[in-house]
Write a protein that binds this ligand. Structure first.
Ligand SMILES: [Zn+2]
Length: 283
């Protein structure tokens, strides 16, 4: 097992002990349970067995591109993905192929648009790629705990600020371990999380943060203190009411950064770091 993978698993082990998001209301019910989010990391059989681009961490620990969303969504859907995977395997499908089949499904509007923006912005830089590029991205969320109920949106027992601040340490530890060259943050809260952790001033609106930290090349954030930089690029959430061209132009900045480090000819090969590690982890 690579050191990165070991370190990553340590982070998830540490996350399993966190109860901050659970205690949304700080009061427990008669049964002693809390009303907030669900920390699914304490379910050993579940947290590394959710076939989704947002939770396919172990196969992507060497990624040079990292994408951070807000939160995964409802816990019941995590269980559904897990159940579908088990079902495919029970029906005789090879584990690796069952896993990849589900991870690479269209899944959500967010994922579809994000994929489109990555591909279109690459094309504008003369880089020809297809959906497979998404395998080269380590994708995670600012909030690592899962929602109760069935909704992906709304504020029922969910506060973006409260939960983001609770999980800030866990997100930023993941960034440190993976050490990508570029981190793309989707929407306000993932960017807020990175900035808070590194004492970088955050503007009140996402638009201001994007103007200052993405569009002004001199202000692009590098959070690495070593020789290998980690650039952080705030972008709009893919489903935000923002013109596609504007969204794509932000992803183009990522390619421009990558092209400073790798030639156009070797770039895609350099980015190809996906390695199916589930077998060696006995998953
Ligand atoms: Zn949490």
């Amino acid at each position: 097992m690579s050191n990165k993978l070991k370190e990553l698993l340590k982070i998830y082990e540490e996350a399993s002990k966190c109860t901050l998001c659970e205690k949304f209301d700080k009061r427990s019910s008669k049964e002693g349970t809390y009303d907030g989010l669900i920390n699914f990391f304490n379910e050993k059989g579940l947290y590394l067995n959710i076939p989704s681009i947002w939770t396919d961490w172990v196969n992507r620990s060497n990624s040079k591109i990292m994408i951070v969303g807000q939160d995964w969504g409802p816990y019941v859907d995590m269980q559904k993905y897990n159940a579908r995977y088990k079902e495919l395997v029970e029906m005789g499908e090879d584990e690796e192929s069952a896993w990849n089949t589900i991870v690479n499904e269209k899944e959500s509007m967010t994922k579809c648009l994000m994929t489109e923006f990555v591909i279109c912005s690459a094309a504008q830089c003369g880089i020809d790629i297809d959906e497979k590029i998404m395998e080269s991205c380590f994708v995670t969320n600012a909030v690592l705990c899962a929602r109760k109920g069935e909704n992906y949106r709304g504020t029922n027992n969910f506060s973006a600020k409260f939960c983001t601040e609770n999980c800030t340490k866990m997100l930023n530890k993941q960034i440190d371990v993976v050490h990508p060259l570029v981190v793309i943050t989707l929407g306000y809260w993932p960017f807020y999380s990175v900035c808070k952790y590194h004492n970088i001033p955050v503007y009140k609106t996402l638009k201001e943060n994007i103007s200052h930290y993405s569009l002004n090349k001199e202000n692009i954030i590098n959070i690495s203190y070593e020789n290998n930089p980690i650039y952080v690029l705030p972008v709009y959430h893919p489903v935000a009411q923002v013109k596609k061209e504007e969204q794509i132009s932000l992803y183009k900045i990522m390619w421009e950064i990558l092209l400073q480090y790798y030639s156009k000819d070797t770039l895609i090969n350099e980015l190809r770091t996906y390695k199916y590690c589930r077998e060696e982890l006995n998953l």
